[in-house]
Design a protein around this ligand. Structure first.
Ligand code: FE
Ligand code: FE
Ligand code: ZN
Length: 288
């Protein structure tokens, strides 16, 4: 019974604009026990000098309040498998810098979109992503790097578990790697987590191994299954519906993972969704 009462590790995406400790304080106000943030401006590439004292204060806050692992997010513009050489080298440099910074916040996750191969084909995309990761990952680093499951918009790599498995197969230090499952993305990619959550997880296990699953992005979807659109919706207001999220927070494997909301919401809306998820989790605990 003890594990049923364990607190859900849930939070939302927060702005890093006011620093690291400020994100922790905001998370507490929202009753969150994890959060995500962009490691740099998601559109541009700039990164400001890291205030080490600020980061240290966040670490203290996190341990005082029993936070789970954070799920930092690489900028969307980072494309390890672009057709442009300078984009690829910029992506590798950014990732290396981000990982170096995250050494100040050890034991957390760094999630990234594998990339878009832009007409080069999946094979070349996978090859470039692996090459980048093999250049950037440092054996013994304190951060686990997560591949995000993608909706398959345009030429996105990572639209199927098989594509993610191919990337993991090509990474030398794959002990530093895991997967972050985005509920909107897998649904848009065609996986029926609404009616067949267990079957999808069985497939994940067969193709990737469930031990690779390290974090979840909880988003409802504005579109039908297989649409490849990637438009997030608030929980319960999209095609997935509240029942899907009830099953997720009640699931023996999934409920142990950090869960991050990326729904179209302001902070107040995030607070409501966090409390909704805690309620759903508590209900499912009683039902067992
Ligand atoms: Fe993402
Ligand atoms: Fe996501
Ligand atoms: Zn998305």
């Amino acid at each position: 019974m003890a594990d049923l009462q364990k607190r859900l590790c849930v939070g939302c995406h927060l702005s890093v604009a006011d620093g690291y400790e400020a994100m922790g304080a905001t998370a507490l106000e929202l009753d969150a026990s994890t959060f995500a943030f962009f490691t740099r401006n998601p559109r541009g590439g700039g990164v400001r000098a890291l205030d080490e004292d600020d980061v240290a204060r966040l670490r203290l806050l996190m341990s005082d309040h029993g936070f789970g692992r954070l799920v930092a997010h690489a900028p969307y513009t980072m494309n390890l498998c672009s057709a442009k050489e300078e984009t690829v080298s910029f992506a590798r440099r950014s990732m290396a810098e981000d990982l170096a910074h995250l050494e100040l916040l050890p034991g957390n996750y760094y999630n990234f979109h594998p990339g878009s191969h832009v007409k080069q084909g999946v094979d070349e995309g996978v090859r470039l992503i692996c090459k980048g990761l093999n250049e950037v990952l440092v054996p013994g680093q304190a951060t686990t790097v997560l591949l995000e499951t993608m909706a398959g918009k345009g030429s996105e790599v990572g639209r199927s578990f098989e594509e993610l498995a191919r990337i993991l197969d090509g990474v030398r230090h794959d002990e530093l790697m895991g997967v972050c499952l985005d509920t909107c993305h897998v649904w848009d990619a065609g996986y029926d987590i609404r009616e067949g959550l267990d079957e999808v997880l069985e497939e994940f296990d067969r193709v990737l191994g469930l031990e690779r699953l390290k974090a979840l992005h909880l988003n409802d979807s504005k579109n039908a299954r297989g649409s490849h659109k990637d438009r997030h919706e608030r929980l319960g207001e999209g095609a997935l519906g509240l029942g899907t999220f009830r099953r997720i927070v009640g699931h023996p494997v999934l409920r142990e993972l950090p869960m991050v909301l990326e729904t179209p919401n302001d902070l107040e809306g995030y607070g409501r969704e966090i409390s909704l998820l805690r309620t759903l989790a508590a209900d499912s605990g009683q039902e067992r």
